[in-house]
Design a binder for this molecule. Structure first.
Ligand code: AMP
Ligand code: MG
Length: 410
């Protein structure tokens, strides 16, 4: 059967497409992970300190614990207190004790003087200047007090958070589950990347690029391989993906060509929420749900599939993992070259954004053809260009969605 006709799916805006996706995207259940596994995950619990930190008054320097009221008089050195010490030495008038950084302040002492400001001979300490009370002492609970909230639920766990969790004695934490995301490449023309090209053949790059970007987005990638443009074979693999994953991505087969079979399959398996977006590159991007599972039919052109992933799939994966910030940071940047908008679609053009004399400047990464993956290499931003008929002159301010680090001055 030949099926080739204009799409019957209404064209939706980028905003309503994102809204249609996020309103159907669940936040996944939680699981417990060890501290070693916690990096990059989102906390699903509020963490309070069970103890004061530091748990005892401690010396901030290597020096001598002493009594300020003894003034400049020479003091008898009683002992040496090292970090971790538990013995109880009392500093009585006229005495002092050597003390190391992090060691507990002995009873009776009310200041620590740095070793550099002292001299000690035959067990007698001389000082030139009288410290003030509390000098070089970290009081108990200075950093964190018992019962204090140190991390709110929804926090992304980075290195500092891992350190804080260890500080408060937590070695297992509750975080949101990461989504398993299955990827299926479709197309009779596809061959494995390690195969030599033959007439009509194209190497399947999308599957590998999508598996990589899923991992970058915190998901667990699952390859369903590649499949020919055969409806039954495609449906069987999509069903397998739905069983094994939270999200299924297909590549190719969503246009209006006679071998574009994904939309009818998804319409049969579940509900299609949109099948066409006023979006460039990636107009035929399709979104369906099957129960709680999400299915994205991404276009076959390599740039379209990755940019569609960035704009439509990544926010959903962020939400599933419990992220509070679902979207990329948006900045205003000055375009270096004139840009030609699409007459009828919101375009996300690839660019490199850098600081230049105190301003953010965007430079296009070259031809924006959907087949040209090189336009994504070196891109750290997508410039959002609304449809229009007039070119946007060089020097205009445009909205840049940052997908990587801003570059420093050239
Ligand atoms: P389609 O959306 O299936 O019509 O594919 C559009 C274009 O993208 C065609 O030129 C395909 O050869 C190309 N294409 C489709 N799938 C892939 C893939 N997995 N890797 C690289 N190129 C692809
Ligand atoms: Mg195809």
């Amino acid at each position: 059967m030949v099926r080739m006709q204009a799409s019957r799916y209404p064209m939706v805006s980028v905003e309503s497409a994102i809204e249609a996706i996020l309103s159907r995207t669940p936040v996944l259940a939680t699981e417990e992970v060890t501290l070693e596994e916690a990096i990059g995950r989102i906390l699903a619990e509020t963490v309070k300190a069970g103890d004061d930190m530091p748990p005892f008054a401690a010396s901030a320097v290597d020096g001598y614990a002493l009594r300020v009221s003894d003034g400049l008089m020479p003091r008898q050195v009683l002992a040496e207190i090292i970090a971790g010490a538990t013995d109880q030495i009392e500093i009585r008038p006229g005495t002092a004790s050597r003390i190391m950084t992090g060691a507990p302040i002995p009873p009776g002492a009310d200041a620590v003087i740095m070793v550099e400001q002292t001299s000690e001979q035959n067990g007698i300490l001389q000082i030139d200047q009288v410290p003030r009370e509390g000098d070089n002492i970290y009081p108990r609970g200075l950093d964190v007090s018992r019962g204090q909230i140190v991390l709110e639920a929804g926090t992304e766990i980075g290195a500092a958070e891992v350190g804080l969790l260890a500080t408060v004695g937590l070695v297992r934490v509750t975080v949101y589950r990461r989504p398993t995301v299955a990827v299926l490449s479709t197309g009779d023309e596809l061959i494995e990347p390690d195969q030599p090209l033959h007439p009509g053949a194209i190497r399947d790059s999308n599957r590998y690029a999508l598996l990589a970007v899923i991992r970058e987005a915190g998901g667990i990638p699952l390859s369903l391989g590649k499949v020919r443009d055969d409806e039954a074979a495609q449906e069987a693999l999509i069903r397998e993906g739905l069983e094994r994953a939270d999200v299924v991505l297909t590549s190719g087969g969503v246009s209006v060509g006679s071998r574009d079979l994904i939309k009818p399959i998804l319409a049969r398996l579940g509900t299609i929420h949109f099948g066409r977006i006023a979006f460039k590159p990636g107009k035929p991007t399709t979104f369906a749900t099957v129960g709680e599972k999400l299915v994205f039919g991404l276009p076959g052109f390599p740039v379209s599939s990755l940019v569609s992933f960035e704009v439509f799939v990544r926010p959903a994966l962020q939400k599933m993992q419990g992220h509070q910030r679902i979207h990329r940071p948006v900045v205003q940047a000055i375009v270096e070259h004139a840009l030609t908008p699409s007459p009828d679609r919101t375009e996300f053009q690839r660019a490199a954004v850098r600081w230049s004399r105190g301003r953010l400047v965007a430079e296009s990464t070259g031809s924006q053809r959907s087949s040209r993956l090189l336009s994504l290499v070196g891109a750290n931003a997508l410039l959002r260009i609304e449809p229009g008929t007039e070119p946007i002159p060089a020097g205009s301010l445009v909205e840049a969605h940052l997908v990587g680090d801003i570059l420093s001055d050239k």
